[in-house]
Write a protein of this length. Structure first.
Length: 301
């Protein structure tokens, strides 16, 4: 699990436990509360002992002690619930795991982090699109088509390749798509090809329990956005191999992958090879859009 996610989980856990501890300290200061509280703990142990020895335990006294506490707490606007940690996630108690599997709340934390990062960096949304900056209707039409594509749950194509020179609006469109998916609570990973390639290399060269985390998110996220494919160095036995593995798996699982690149199709084929090329762009499975230099009337501020 990523460091940042762990930090958030730990913070949630700590806050819940601190609050419970504070409430308990407060409750213990209420008149008569401590006696009933201590008596209850003693009775709980006696009950366990009795049950272990197969003896009958009369729960009446225990119930009385609890009722007395409820009464005192109630007068002070507290409940017994307030004395135990109220975890943000009831399923995993803010540990991030349920029976050794990652809890759903972790997925949500990841998306929130991406979203926060985007908000901090002024992530563009489709609502931000000022179509007057475009010089032709074709690209406006494409933006609108992609907005529909991002919104629908009935999509037939899951991979998109945005091809063209720097500064023609590819990354802008990727941001709009990412924010749309985040709105739908999807788990989104948005990385430059350079960053992703570094993770591939780490995965390839790590041989301990940390290995998996370098690859996992790329395989499991609902929407993967790779910015600027072709800007990364090609590492032997790493770059092409893991890119293929990743894209192939995402195609099999019908997961959304959106790639932007300055490379033309011929370059992609030459650099990544036929096999990988067919996973990046596939006539039947991909949406390919070639941005033209003349698409933008003026440079985005
Ligand atoms: Zn959870």
């Amino acid at each position: 699990m990523e460091k940042k996610v762990l930090e958030i989980l730990n913070e949630r856990k700590r806050t819940a436990e601190m609050k419970a501890k504070e409430n308990l300290l407060l409750a213990l200061s209420f008149k008569n509360f401590k006696e009933h509280y201590t008596k209850e703990k003693t009775l709980i142990i006696e009950k366990a002992k009795a049950q272990a020895m197969g003896q009958i335990f009369n729960s009446y006294a225990l119930k009385t002690e609890i009722d007395q506490q409820i009464l005192i707490l109630g007068k002070n606007n507290l409940t017994r619930q307030d004395l135990v940690p109220q975890y943000f996630c009831k399923k995993c108690g803010d540990t991030g795991f349920v029976c050794g599997e990652e809890c759903d709340c972790v997925k949500q934390i990841r998306s929130d982090l991406v979203l926060k990062n985007f908000v901090d960096n002024n992530l563009k949304t489709f609502a931000d699109c000022d179509y007057s900056i475009f010089d032709n209707n074709e690209i406006v039409g494409f933006y609108k088509k992609m907005q529909e594509w991002a919104k629908t749950s009935q999509r037939k194509r899951f991979s998109v390749v945005l091809q063209g020179y720097t500064g023609v609006g590819k990354t802008f469109l990727q941001q709009c798509l990412a924010s749309e998916f985040l709105k739908q609570n999807k788990f989104v990973v948005f990385k430059t090809a350079f960053e992703m390639n570094n993770d591939f290399l780490k995965y390839h060269t790590t041989f301990d329990e940390n290995k998996l985390k370098y690859m996992e998110k790329y395989l499991t996220c609902d929407a993967l956005l790779i910015d600027d494919l072709g800007s990364e160095p090609i590492y032997k036995n790493v770059t092409k191999e893991y890119l293929y593995l990743l894209l192939n798996q995402r195609i099999i699982e019908n997961k959304i992958t959106i790639v932007s690149t300055n490379l033309n199709l011929e370059d992609i084929k030459n650099i990544y090879g036929e096999r990988c090329f067919s996973r990046i762009i596939n006539k039947n499975q991909s949406i390919l859009y070639q941005f033209k230099n003349s698409d933008l009337r003026l440079k985005k501020a």
